[in-house]
Design a protein around this ligand. Structure first.
Ligand code: 6PG
Length: 247
């Protein structure tokens, strides 16, 4: 695993750096494999990042991103319809996807209309396997999995001391926040990504980060510790979150 920690002076700088890093992964993926696959996170931190995407570009793309080569997934989703205010899909569509000419077929939301969360997780897993044409035991690799981290050190919908943390033989499972079911990538599937990028801001995340970065701590209490990808692991922090980690 190749781990990089960057502490940016403030939240706008954090978002600008996250955008720059994602665009560089996007350019490389399209050059090398003809497409770019990314799983989005929910929460408030990435919203300005999504809002910046419609005007993003890079020299190789003469400033307009090749939306037909870009595929969007979600690393976790609340078990609600796509028009529910809590929907991660709705947030990303309003902030970004409705504002660019990305083909509808390139947007791969979690099928939350299934009769129960377990069926939704199983169906999403099947859709992922079909997309990546992976029937074997190996986990397919997305180019980027974008993650946030809660102040309880959860990531995606892998919450402390929940059953989801024990699932290691599937791509997608059911997470639980209090009594609210979530659909979430499993930690081994996240770890199969070419690059995992955490974007974390705010002083309230400092105690959790200290535990996640500690040489020894309980993974089931601090689930973000489970994210140890074979590929690249990026922690992008603002100074408020990353203060103690700077030295
Ligand atoms: C979700 C997210 C979740 C989020 C963290 C951090 O569905 O809510 O995927 O894991 O990333 O809770 O949220 P903030 O960015 O709002 O602090």
């Amino acid at each position: 695993m190749n781990k990089t920690v960057e502490v940016l002076p403030d939240q706008p700088a954090l978002i600008a750096r996250a955008l720059e890093l994602i665009l560089s992964k996007l350019e490389t993926a399209i050059e090398q494999r003809g497409r770019f696959t990314i799983a989005l996170s929910g929460g408030s931190t990435p919203k300005p990042l999504y809002e910046a995407m419609p005007t993003a570009g890079y020299a190789g793309a003469n400033q307009k991103l090749p939306w037909d080569k870009i595929h969007i997934f979600w690393g976790d989703e609340r078990y609600v319809p796509a028009d529910h205010p809590d929907s991660n899909e709705l947030m990303a569509r309003r902030a970004w996807l409705d504002r660019v000419d990305i083909p509808a077929a390139n947007i791969h939301p979690v099928p939350t209309l299934e009769a129960n969360p377990e069926l939704a997780a199983a169906k999403y897993e099947q859709q992922l396997k079909e997309f990546f044409n992976s029937s074997g035991v190996e986990f397919p690799s997305l180019d980027v999995v974008l993650l946030g981290m809660g102040d309880d050190a959860h990531t995606a919908s892998l919450f402390p001391h929940t059953e989801a943390l024990k699932v290691s033989d599937r791509l997608v499972t059911v997470g639980n926040k209090d009594a609210n079911p979530r659909i979430t990538f499993t930690y081994p599937f996240i770890n199969s990504a070419r690059s995992v990028i955490f974007v974390v801001a705010g002083a309230n995340k400092r105690p959790a980060l200290a535990q996640v970065f500690a040489p020894v701590a309980d993974d089931f209490t601090y689930p973000s510790r489970l994210i140890q990808p074979q590929g690249e692991l990026w922690w992008l922090l603002d100074a408020a979150a990353g203060l103690e980690l700077q030295h």
